[in-house]
Write a protein that binds this ligand. Structure first.
Ligand code: 26Q
Length: 853
């Protein structure tokens, strides 16, 4: 009976339409006459999800049967964006036996939705972003799960199901205002609630040891019992992750918190029914919100609670799966690889050691051997303020047994260091997991390094820097094999095919690649090089860009209500210069806006001297500078930068004398779905961090993949991008990371003076000057003039202006040259596919192999 009545995937338009109507009438309990775009989105999503679910089940069955080594990617952030369009692109219409079907799943659904009276475009627009991340690190995790499924790797993601994603940004009066992102408002068709998968997680309490006469440093040889003070339940919510042109559908498991059904009877008996329930309800707050800091750590207890809740539930789940195959514990690292996305999941190292020693009664040394073979750690920053530390006092109260275990890990580690370097007691104290001082702190990065067999940076320069600066001592202790580089990547499915269908079709048409195989094998793109001087092709390439620029104009006009361009037919002459990313002093949006101010002041000067607009345009051709990005809510300087951008935009955009040759725009609420519109529209994008501060950057790769040129510093992945696409095709400027220390030193001792250009700009931002705004921006000016200019804006400013001048010249005087650079960039962007990146992780760190379904 089961076999005869098997649920089938839809593989035809008819079958899709049937499924759709089914969902409208049953799942949504609505009549087909009362079906709006939102209901159509939900019905479409449920129908597509049914297909994914069937493949998910098949994938998991297959993996259970084969029982290969699996990788678990632990990340507190998965910045997924929208799911439907991506699912359509990856839709796999194979029947049970068939070879990859030639039917385009997206076209099929588009037709079905159209037959039913809807426009796919409008339906897609209904979906809220799954914005469970801050920026680069979270979006990287999302690209990774896509590539894991595409490469048929047996991998799961583990994260938290925040009820509120990153806040939505409103711009009011030029200031950022945060509003809550309650993304689950209209139920989420992409999650499968596994109400039967419930894992209890404990907090607080104390440690009990049976034999009280054991010697102090001997205690770890015996298990201890943790008597917890609070218990909550982790419930699993699964998101199916489809691969492209693959039958694999992997799983992203997000944990939600809820109260236990245990009840505090003591309180109840005291007649405190209300309060005992209220306390129970607090359990739900653990996964209520994502912390909105990016590259800045904040030692909040609830954040630590989130981390332990997630680590504990995930490990429990991983171990339950391991135990099914009844292997001995020593085989655990042959079956399980766990990747730590930054230090946020480092508690899982301690938790696994605790489980093995306290609950499974393994000897300490055997347990630790298993632990270190299982874990590996990715570092995403060298900036001190972003390195995670927890006060020992706070930590010990929440997780008393874990604190003991950390002390013991540290003790054994320091012993081994002392043995290896007997005459270097300084080294021993420098590498201690515990930072001494009046407030003793646990250094999570050190713990992550000690608990892992591999540590990787995310771009070559960054991987070198961690070995020679923040983790220098560890590189010495562990030698050369432990610290490696895996340069980041992005998924070409979302960032080329989905964001830029126009460019994608031009590419597949040009490469005669009907099946879009280049999206899997990006080395095929190199064939585009031979068209780099083909006039007909240049025209087509340029037409795509102009179309994407108009789409961005539509978006901005919709969002801000202001008309941005009066003559759309002239868009070809307007250079789109874009910087979209989290607002941070180290990313130097302030330098970009100072550059805009400089441009404005120069234009005004020329006009003042009686030059005509046409004459001005010879030097400063038409351009729009776009900014976008969120500031952490408590980051004063970043918020001030947003206000400055909006103030400058206000003045410039309302200055009639400029005759539209220059505009500045702040796009509110930058997120993944907006990025998909913004990135394809860029002629030029800015990646201008102080050298040595941006670990990799990944939007740089997205812009290049869409034919945008970069202006940037020699930082992060810009270095490898330059190597891949050629130095003629990128506008590099500024000081190198090896000089940063000296430059900062010089500032401290007032040995540098500001360049005249910057001085002029800064003058216009204070007092009652044109951008002065009652001296509001004084702190931004002072940080450069009097507070050491930590981010070296003054040292790079002239060089930046020089690079911008070159940009203007080439874009306006030699458009074919520009287009050639654009084409050659795309032709050589293949290295930055996250498919390559995941293959490197799989081969060099995880030691796992694909399992075809
Ligand atoms: C830590 C403690 C408490 C609260 C928040 C945090 C926290 C949250 C997010 C710390 C850091 C982050 C995010 C970091 C991040 O996005 N880093 C970026 O990672 C990208 C992917 O590797 C790189 O491309 C970027 O260069 C890097 O800045």
């Amino acid at each position: 009976i089961w076999n005869k009545n098997k649920v089938e995937k839809f593989t035809t338009v008819d079958a899709f339409e049937k499924r759709f109507i089914d969902h409208v009438e049953t799942t949504l309990a609505r009549s087909i006459y009362n079906c709006d775009d939102l209901a159509a989105y939900q019905a479409t999503s449920n129908s597509v999800r049914d297909n994914l679910t069937l493949d998910l089940n098949k994938t998991q069955q297959r993996q259970t049967a084969r029982d290969p080594k699996r990788c678990y990617y632990l990340s507190l952030e998965f910045l997924m964006g929208r799911a439907l369009d991506n699912a359509l692109i990856n839709l796999n219409l194979n029947d049970d036996k068939g070879e990859p079907s030639s039917t385009d799943g997206r076209k099929l659904v588009e037709k079905g939705v159209h037959d039913l009276g809807f426009k796919l475009e409008d339906v897609l627009e209904q979906e809220p972003d799954a914005a469970l991340g801050n920026g680069g690190l979270g979006r990287l995790a999302a690209c990774f799960v896509d590539s894991m499924a595409t490469g048929d790797y047996p991998c799961w993601g583990y994260g938290l199901r925040y009820q509120y994603g990153i806040f939505a940004q409103k711009i009011i009066n030029g200031y950022q205002v945060e509003t809550p992102d309650y993304w689950l408002n209209y139920s989420n068709p992409w999650e499968i609630e596994r109400s039967e998968i419930q894992v209890p997680v404990s907090f607080y309490g104390y440690v009990s040891r049976s034999d009280s006469d054991s010697k102090e440093d001997d205690r770890t040889l015996r298990p201890s019992e943790w008597i917890a003070g609070e218990r909550v339940i982790a419930v699993a919510y699964d998101m199916p992750i489809p691969g492209f042109k693959s039958n694999t559908v992997n799983n992203l498991r997000l944990w939600g918190s809820k109260p236990t059904t245990e009840f505090d009877f003591a309180k109840f008996n005291r007649g405190d029914y209300q309060n005992s329930l209220v306390e129970q309800q607090r359990a739900e707050s653990i996964t209520a919100v994502l912390y909105p800091n990016d590259n800045f750590e904040q030692g909040k207890e609830l954040r630590l609670k989130q981390q332990y809740f997630w680590c504990s539930a995930s490990l429990h789940d991983i171990i339950r799966r391991f135990k099914k195959s009844r292997r001995p514990w020593c085989e655990f690292p042959d079956q399980v690889a766990i990747q730590l996305n930054d230090t946020h999941p480092t508690l899982s190292v301690v938790e696994l050691q605790r489980i093995l020693v306290d609950l499974e009664h393994l000897p300490w040394g055997e347990a630790w051997d298993i632990v270190t073979k299982t874990f590996s750690y990715t570092n995403h920053t060298v900036m001190q303020e972003a390195l995670e530390k927890w006060p020992v006092s706070l930590f010990g109260r929440l997780l008393p047994r874990h604190l003991e275990i950390i002390y013991d890990i540290n003790w054994f580690f320091l012993q081994s260091v002392e043995k290896k370097f007997p005459h270097d007691m300084d080294l021993v104290s420098r590498v201690s997991i515990i930072e001494e001082g009046k407030d003793r702190q646990i250094r999570m990065a050190y713990l992550a390094i000690i608990g892992s067999h591999k540590v990787n940076g995310v771009a070559e320069l960054h991987s070198e820097l961690i070995k020679t600066t923040i983790f220098k001592d560890f590189a010495k202790i562990y030698g050369n094999d432990k610290f490696i580089n895996v340069t980041n990547g992005i998924t070409p499915r979302r960032w080329l095919r989905q964001a830029n269908p126009e460019l994608s079709s031009l590419i597949s048409e040009t490469l005669k690649d009907k099946g879009d195989e280049y999206l899997l094998d990006m080395s095929r793109l190199t064939k585009l090089s031979k068209y780099a001087e083909d006039k007909k092709f240049l025209k087509k390439w340029d037409d795509v860009k102009q179309k994407k620029k108009l789409q961005l104009i539509d978006l901005v006009e919709k969002l801000t209500g202001h008309k941005l361009v009066s003559d759309r037919s002239k868009i070809h002459d307007v250079l789109f210069d874009i910087q979209v990313k989290r607002i941070h002093e180290y990313k130097r949006q302030q330098m970009n806006i100072f550059g805009c101010i400089w441009r404005y002041l120069q234009i005004k000067k020329m006009l003042g001297e009686g030059k005509t607009i046409e004459e001005v345009k010879e030097i400063y051709p038409a351009k729009i500078s776009f900014f976008g990005g969120k500031s952490a809510p408590g980051y004063y300087m970043a918020k001030l930068i947003i206000k400055l951008i909006n103030t400058v935009a206000d003045v410039i955009n309302n200055d009639k004398s400029l005759d539209d040759i220059f505009k500045v725009v702040f796009i509110p609420d930058y997120n993944v779905s907006k990025a998909e519109i913004i990135i394809p529209a860029s002629d030029l994008s800015e990646h201008i961090s102080t050298a040595g501060t941006e670990a990799s950057g990944t939007s740089n790769m997205k812009f290049v993949m869409n034919g945008g040129l970069l202006i940037g510093t020699v930082d992060g992945a810009n270095v490898e991008i330059t190597r891949e696409i050629g130095e003629d095709n990128i506008f590099l400027f500024g000081n190198l990371s090896e000089n940063v220390e000296e430059l900062r030193f010089n500032h401290r001792f007032r040995k540098t003076s500001l360049p005249e250009s910057l001085n002029e700009v800064l003058k216009s931002c204070v007092g009652d000057a044109v951008f002065g705004n009652n001296d509001e921006f004084r702190p931004l000016v002072d940080s450069i003039k009097y507070q050491g200019d930590y981010y070296l804006v003054s040292d790079d400013f002239e060089s930046y202006l020089g690079a911008q001048k070159l940009v203007d010249e080439i874009y306006h005087n030699n458009r074919n040259e520009w287009l050639k650079k654009s084409i050659l960039s795309v032709a050589n962007v293949g290295f930055f596919s996250s498919d390559r990146c995941i293959q490197e992780y799989a081969e060099t760190i995880w030691n796992i192999e694909p399992v075809k379904v």
